[in-house]
Design a protein around this ligand. Structure first.
Ligand code: ATP
Ligand code: MG
Length: 258
């Protein structure tokens, strides 16, 4: 089977400034102290995802999932290592990413579609479907800057799923949507999966990962903690905290809902 995403020793680091003012920084410099900290948000991560695989990317808050997704999408370059992808990439890597707040929803559809590489003609062909799926009514003509976070995520997701892509990336698409929209998203994601596209799906909701994915990659503090079977990955990620049962119940409800 052909490879869709190959990550080799991918490392992405960020600079954390230790001092707020120029004075503090100068004093620290004179004393020979470090003025910045570098830390690895993604640390030496390697994996291969084949065409048609549907992978759940999991891990605690701050473990590096969104950063890794941005590296896969090409929005960020790794500091070390390489990432190779095959085909057109679409998806929702951050709510409202790529939107111009002062433009209307409609204008943003054309803008966003152009960023994905669609021509005006191609966009017009799917325009009605995008508007129908987003289902935000008359607000489609209002500036995106006035949208609620759920509304921008609906529009962003709707554009992304109507782009003919080979790799679909989704970062917590279920986090802000309401229940009917969550259900619609899951059905659409399953359609995308069944059409043979490669999916990387970031989620904290174990039930939806079980439903959607055939493999789990888990990160812990930027490092690869686990890569393999979905149920085993979820079990490893259940860090055995006391709230575990309660959370599992919430999750089961979400799984049943979506
Ligand atoms: N642009 C940035 N500049 C500095 N630090 C950053 C930047 N982007 C992310 N980070 C840091 O990288 C780490 C990983 O962040 P990331 O957003 O990838 O986590 P995540 O696994 O997606 O978490 P969550 O589950 O909360 O969405 C965090 O400590 C975060 O503060
Ligand atoms: Mg994130």
């Amino acid at each position: 089977m052909a490879e869709a995403i190959v990550a080799q020793n991918v490392t992405k680091d960020f600079v954390l400034r230790r001092h707020k003012t120029f004075k503090q920084m100068s004093v620290a410099k004179m004393r020979g102290q470090e003025t910045v900290n570098r830390f690895n948000a993604v640390d030496d991560v390697s994996f291969t995802i084949n065409e048609g695989e549907s992978v759940g990317l999991m891990g605690l808050n701050g473990s590096g999932k969104s950063t890794l997704l941005k590296v896969i999408s090409g929005v960020m370059k790794p500091n070390k290592g390489t990432i190779l992808t095959r085909g057109r990439i679409a998806g929702l890597i951050a709510t409202g990413a790529g939107f111009q707040n002062s433009l209307s929803g409609l204008d943003n559809i054309f803008l966003n579609a152009a960023i994905y590489g669609l021509t005006e003609k191609e966009t017009k062909a799917v325009l009605d479907d995008i508007i129908d799926f987003a289902d935000i009514g008359q607000f489609i003509d209002q500036p995106v800057g006035t949208y609620s976070s759920g509304m921008s995520s609906r529009l962003g997701f709707s554009i992304a799923v109507h782009v003919d892509c080979d790799i679909f990336l989704a970062d917590e698409i279920l986090a802000v949507g309401d229940k009917p929209f969550k259900r619609k998203c899951m059905t659409k994601m399953e359609e995308i999966r069944n059409s043979g596209k490669t999916i990387v799906y970031v989620s904290h909701a174990a039930a939806s990962v079980q439903k959607m994915c055939d493999r789990v990659i888990a990160l812990e503090k930027g490092r690869l903690l686990f890569d393999g079977d979905v149920d085993e990955g979820i079990r490893i990620l259940d860090y055995g905290d006391e709230d575990g049962d309660e959370l599992a119940a919430d999750d089961a409800e979400l799984g049943a809902d979506v």
